[in-house]
Ligand binder design. Structure first.
Ligand code: SF4
Ligand code: SF4
Ligand code: SF4
Length: 265
């Protein structure tokens, strides 16, 4: 299911003419992606029973490797660069091994791993606590496992932020629009007072495209259907040892990390 740029702009334009504004157009975009509407289906759309991502950290060697991936996501999704950690909005970012996998390290692990940055994003958990606590259903889980955000239903209560054990959600403490360097007209901007996060690029999947971060990762990120034994993600997971974040919490993340050993240092 998809809505291409021409159709989206046409749709947004029509709703503006009708006095409904871009917001309504975006709600329709989300409805379409959530399967609640049956208009404008793209036959190229990628589908899965359960989308998942594998992060092979051996492929991330330089600062640029990380930067390319983060920039790809943040620029196409109009994520503001506020430059102040307190008000920061982030969909994909980096942190240390210790913070990424608390309790899963020890003092004798390879030095390189201890100091290497790890990419973090929403885990699109199989059992997402953020969905359970959202009073307005602004956060919801699609049949294919993507945990979605509908900013127009979000009342900014931040229950989901408190419930997410991974810090994967950001709150817009201020109007983000002045902090977007170059706005992508194909993706909606958000307002102050709503929560946002990675959506596994649902809008790109709907057009038959891989997530933007995956496309820019030079094979460091692998995306596919976890329920398909022939998918690349399954092949990689069956041939490499992988770990997930905070497994003890039981949210069952759909993001897996191939850590490797000293060669990753
Ligand atoms: S990582 Fe957090 S925001 Fe993402 S699905 Fe899991 S609980 Fe929800
Ligand atoms: S902040 Fe928005 S998405 Fe989060 S729980 Fe409240 S209404 Fe739902
Ligand atoms: S999957 Fe898409 S939305 Fe999520 S971090 Fe990657 S580029 Fe951003």
């Amino acid at each position: 299911m998809s809505i291409d740029r021409r159709e989206f702009l046409k749709f947004a334009g029509a709703s503006t003419l009708l006095g409904l504004g871009g917001i309504t157009a975006v709600q329709e975009l989300l409805k379409t992606s959530a399967g609640a509407s049956h208009v404008m289906v793209d036959e190229k759309a990628l589908s899965a029973k359960r989308w998942a991502m594998v992060i092979d950290i051996s492929k991330f060697k330089t600062e640029a490797d990380y930067k390319n991936v983060v920039q790809a996501c943040h620029s196409i999704h109009n994520v503001p660069d506020i430059g102040n950690p307190k008000d920061e909005v982030k969909w994909i970012w980096t942190d240390t091994y210790e913070h990424t996998f608390p309790g899963q390290g020890n003092e004798y692990m390879p030095e390189g791993l201890k100091h290497k940055p790890f990419l973090l994003l929403c885990n699109h958990c199989e059992q997402p606590p953020c969905v359970r606590v959202c009073p307005t259903k602004a956060t919801f889980k699609r049949k294919d496992g993507i945990v979605m955000m509908d900013q127009h239903r979000c009342i900014g209560c931040r229950f989901c932020m408190a419930a997410c054990p991974f810090g994967a959600r950001s709150f817009n403490w201020r109007d983000p629009r002045p902090f977007i360097k170059e706005q992508n007209p194909e993706y909606p901007t958000r307002t102050m007072g709503v929560v946002e996060k990675c959506t596994f690029c649902f809008e790109r999947l709907a057009k038959g495209l891989q997530p933007a971060c995956v496309e820019k990762s030079n094979g460091g990120l692998i995306f596919g259907d976890l329920s398909d034994p022939n998918s690349e993600v399954r092949k990689v997971l069956s041939t490499h040892y992988s770990i997930r974040r905070k497994p003890e919490i039981g949210t069952q993340p759909s993001v897996y990390y191939i850590i490797g050993g000293s060669e990753n240092a």
